[in-house]
Design a protein. Structure first.
Length: 109
């Protein structure tokens, strides 16, 4: 019979084990998260934001990787072309123009 009851959080009276509210003092018996649903939601959103920010900052502070990529970009040759020429080359043969210009640095005038 002892297993079927528990003590109330507030008034310490014996209440049924599965009771959500004490019948004596009307205090909620759930854990903190179930008693404070709005605060729990805000806390979850806050934790997700911190984790997301931590993942973003790890990617952006890649140190040597970022420096290496920047160095490679400055060493690459810049292709100077007019917008009219670029358009006409894509219009003539899109696949060949992609091979020539895709993922390259272009200076379009």
């Amino acid at each position: 019979m002892e297993d079927s009851t528990k003590k109330c959080r507030e008034c310490k009276a014996d209440i049924p084990f599965d009771a959500k509210v004490c019948q004596h003092c009307k205090a909620k018996q759930g854990n903190w998260f179930s008693r404070h649903k709005i605060m729990t939601g805000i806390l979850i959103i806050f934790i997700i934001a911190i984790i997301g920010n931590a993942n973003t900052s790890n990617v952006s502070t890649g140190g040597a990787t970022t420096t290496t990529n920047e160095t490679q970009i400055t060493k690459e040759e810049v292709i100077k072309i007019t917008a009219k020429e670029l358009f006409s080359q894509y219009e003539a043969n899109e696949i060949q123009a992609d091979d020539k210009y895709k993922n390259k640095i272009l200076e379009v005038s």
